[in-house]
Write a protein that binds this ligand. Structure first.
Ligand code: ATP
Ligand code: MG
Length: 432
């Protein structure tokens, strides 16, 4: 008998008569006198363990009788086919050892959302949360593999900053010794700087935004995957986005069939997420919205409700390009073919989930940037270093930011974005 097996190995390659050992946590248990049925959970799955008095030393049987939910245990035994057991096999115990006992678990079947959030540190052990975390790991692996294959360097921008990239309203301000600093809302400007060394760069960092409105798609701390690409225009930028998103989703299709099924999403819908995605201009989108009877004028940004309305019926993501210049940040490049707009694209997930990426070609003309900073009454001092990037060998370039939890929410069909992070930070909560 070689060490401990994982539950998945037992179910996928039943060992026959050979004894095996597994370890994990009690997922549920019931007993009737001389027999205990415990379901044991580890990181790979669940298996039923049958503990029968007489098959193991009496003190171990008593431990099994007393084992509460989420106790950690080690079990030795043999695996037998049983169609009634989850996974089709059960483990008949010859030994059952309690490693860490547990008091009554505070989470039972029907619980208020508040209680679940208060006990988040325990609730993340649930099968749904476990599945979501695995899907997230696969999305990130798919992203990293694609980025590596396509010549991107992973880099490490700072989190403390003195720039307000996405505007002042949602900045978290903090005391930085005797000065003021902020928590980063986006690594973009630093990536633009590093791009001059490495040409194609990306970073995966937390971004912080003091989002005061309660929505189902805003966190105050989220994981941001940002790219910056030298010599790439807005069209090339969209190609990179659709290939990257597709690589992320297809990694989930390959690795996470079980988890996707458990979360109630049809895997066929994910298989369909391949390039090309749809492309629509902002102006066209406004006409479409007006056609649906929605009261919106050219010049207004699209909110969650508008995005839902235009993506509800879609099955693949849609790029919305050419937003009005006044809706977007000062660094986005004005479109010479339509100067009311910028060369940008928001990528909207289908089925009503809405924005998952914001990206653009970057303005390279320092005078235009200065004028727009002045228009928005931004003090230019903190941006002098950024303006240097336009002074010293500026090149056409583009980039974007992908909200990892936004993608995960869509892929896993989650009602609320807080279930896309183990410890959600929102206006209402930073505990546990
Ligand atoms: P929204 O209009 O939804 O607030 P935004 O325009 O502020 O988004 P960007 O500044 O373009 O978003 O940020 C890039 C990406 O980061 C977004 O497309 C989204 O996926 C993600 N994102 C932005 N804000 C949040 C947030 N508060 N919580 C989670 N993800 C976010
Ligand atoms: Mg925002």
């Amino acid at each position: 008998m070689a060490g401990f097996s994982h539950v998945r190995d037992l179910l996928e390659n039943p060992p026959g008569e050979e004894e095996v050992q597994v370890r994990g946590w009690v997922y549920r248990t019931r007993s009737s006198g001389k027999i205990v049925f415990a379901v044991l959970r580890d990181s790979t799955g669940i298996v039923q363990v049958t503990i029968k008095k007489g098959n193991l030393p009496d003190p171990e049987f008593e431990q099994a009788v007393g084992a509460t939910i989420e106790s950690s245990v080690e079990v030795r035994g043999t695996v037998h086919k049983d169609d009634r057991a989850p996974g089709g096999y059960e483990l008949r115990a010859k030994s059952f050892i309690l490693i860490g006992p547990a008091p009554p678990f505070p989470i039972t079947e029907y619980q208020s959302e508040e209680l679940l959030l208060d006990n988040r540190h325990l609730w993340i052990r649930s099968r749904e949360q476990t599945a979501v975390m695995k899907v997230k790991a696969s999305l990130l692996m798919g992203a990293r593999n694609w980025l590596d294959e396509n010549g991107f360097f992973e880099v490490t921008p700072p989190i403390f900053t003195q720039n307000a990239c996405e505007g002042g309203v949602t900045l978290f301000k903090l005391k930085y010794f005797d000065r003021e600093a902020y928590l980063s809302q986006s690594a973009q400007m630093y990536l633009e700087a590093i791009m001059f060394s490495l040409e194609r760069v990306y970073a995966l960092t937390p971004s912080f935004r003091a989002e005061k409105s309660r929505t189902t798609r805003h966190l105050t701390e989220f994981w941001h995957l940002e790219l910056e690409e030298a010599w790439v225009d807005n069209i090339g930028n969209m190609k990179i986005q659709e290939e990257l998103v597709s690589a992320m989703v297809q990694e989930v299709v390959r690795d996470r069939k079980e988890e996707i099924a458990l979360l109630g999403r049809d895997i066929e819908q994910l298989k369909a997420i391949v390039p090309p995605f749809k492309r629509v201009t902002y102006s066209h989108m406004i006409e479409r919205l007006q056609g649906k009877g929605i009261d919106i004028a050219w010049g207004c940004d699209l909110g969650a409700a508008e995005e839902r309305a235009v993506t509800q019926e879609e099955t693949i993501p849609t790029f919305v390009t050419n937003f009005p210049i006044e809706c977007k940040a000062f660094y986005m490049k004005q479109d010479p073919d339509d100067p009311r707009t910028v060369k940008c694209a928001d990528l909207l997930a289908p089925e009503g989930y809405g924005e998952i990426i914001g990206g653009s070609e970057r303005e390279t003309d320092i005078d235009i940037i200065m004028a727009r900073l002045a228009e928005q009454q931004v003090p230019v001092d903190a941006y002098q270093w950024y303006l240097d990037l336009r002074r010293y060998g500026s090149v056409p370039h583009s980039g974007f930011g992908l909200g990892v939890e936004r993608v995960l929410r869509w892929v896993c069909k989650l009602e609320h974005i807080r279930d896309a992070v183990p410890f959600p930070r929102t206006v209402a909560r930073a505990y546990p």
